[in-house]
Design a protein around this ligand. Structure first.
Ligand code: CO8
Length: 261
């Protein structure tokens, strides 16, 4: 299945209802070029429509999740080309997937690499992870949502500090500031991320999609509107077979048999 791609691999056999996407441009520390973004969007949007996929893990190598957008590909570009190509706008489609997406980050997650990790719903870091938005050192600024998502994830002071100085932060600071939800030893990164994905994939698919949609709403609207939205989606959950099954299973003291419907 993964053979159709040059810059990523896709593995469906790691755990039930889980898909693993691995960035695979080792010669450039997984720097994001147009081809990689296209392939990643193609793979992820295909998996998003697959009824047998309940969660997607996105990872890189031990050395780098991704060391940024591909600087060599960008260096000779001018404004007309970045504008008409809408450089990296395709990546926004990853944020619109409905399937939960888990970033498993080891090594460098810099610039576009950090932004790609922040596009995901859950970020799990190896103790080797290094995060940063060093674009300022190249004379530019983040361009795949970094200024917005980092500020929402860690707050204004830390986001300004990272984006204006270009300094990096290690896994422990990422955990402490709320960018990462967990930090694990490097050899536990993939097992942990796959286990999290398998757990999510085992729950009712409509429920996990609704939960993700509701949390994301918190970043798009007022508290009152967000709560109103949550209540409607919560109530809609009572139209699913999985709600009847989940609650019956609890009452009958047995594991639920979700049909993802
Ligand atoms: N782009 C292209 N090639 C890269 C990149 C990159 N971002 N990062 C590393 N590489 C390449 C290196 O050039 C090198 O290639 P070669 O072997 O041919 O010389 C190879 O990967 C290995 O890298 P290093 O030899 O540098 O490895 P080190 O272990 O010495 O250093 C670092 C690792 C510290 C990660 C270093 O590679 C580095 O600083 N990389 C650049 C990090 C960076 O600045 N990232 C931000 C990029 S800008 C960005 O992401 C903007 C996003 C939004 C753009 C929107 C535009 C409109």
């Amino acid at each position: 299945e993964s053979s159709q791609y040059q810059t990523i691999t896709v593995d469906r056999a790691t755990a039930p209802r889980v898909a693993l996407i691995t960035l695979n441009r080792p010669e450039a520390l997984n720097a994001l070029n147009a081809e990689l973004i296209s392939e990643l969007v193609d793979a992820a949007t295909t998996l998003d429509l697959d009824p047998d996929v309940g969660a997607i893990v996105l990872t890189g190598s031990d050395k780098a999740f991704a060391a940024g957008a591909d600087i060599k590909q960008m260096q000779d570009m001018g404004y007309p080309q970045t504008y008409t190509d809408n450089l990296f706008a395709e990546a926004d489609r990853l944020a619109n997937l409905r399937t939960p997406l888990i970033a498993a980050v080891a090594g460098y997650a810099l610039g576009g690499g950090c932004e790609l990790a922040m596009l995901c719903d859950i970020l799990i870091a190896a103790d080797t992870a290094v995060f940063g938005q060093p674009e300022i050192k190249l004379g530019v600024i983040p361009g795949i949502g970094g200024s917005q998502r980092l500020a929402r994830a860690v707050g204004k002071a830390v986001a300004m500090d990272l984006i204006l100085t270009g300094r990096t932060m290690k896994a422990d600071e990422a955990k402490q500031t709320g960018l990462a939800s967990r930090v694990v030893p490097a050899d536990q990164l993939l097992p942990t991320a796959l286990e999290v994905a398998q757990t999510i994939g085992g729950y009712s698919k409509p429920a996990t999609w609704m939960a993700k949609e509701a949390v994301n709403r918190a970043f798009e609207t007022s508290l009152t509107e967000g709560i109103r939205f949550e209540r409607r989606v919560f109530q809609a959950g009572f139209a699913t077979a999985d709600q009847s099954e989940g609650m019956a299973a609890f009452a009958e003291k047995r594991p639920p048999n979700f049909t993802h419907s």
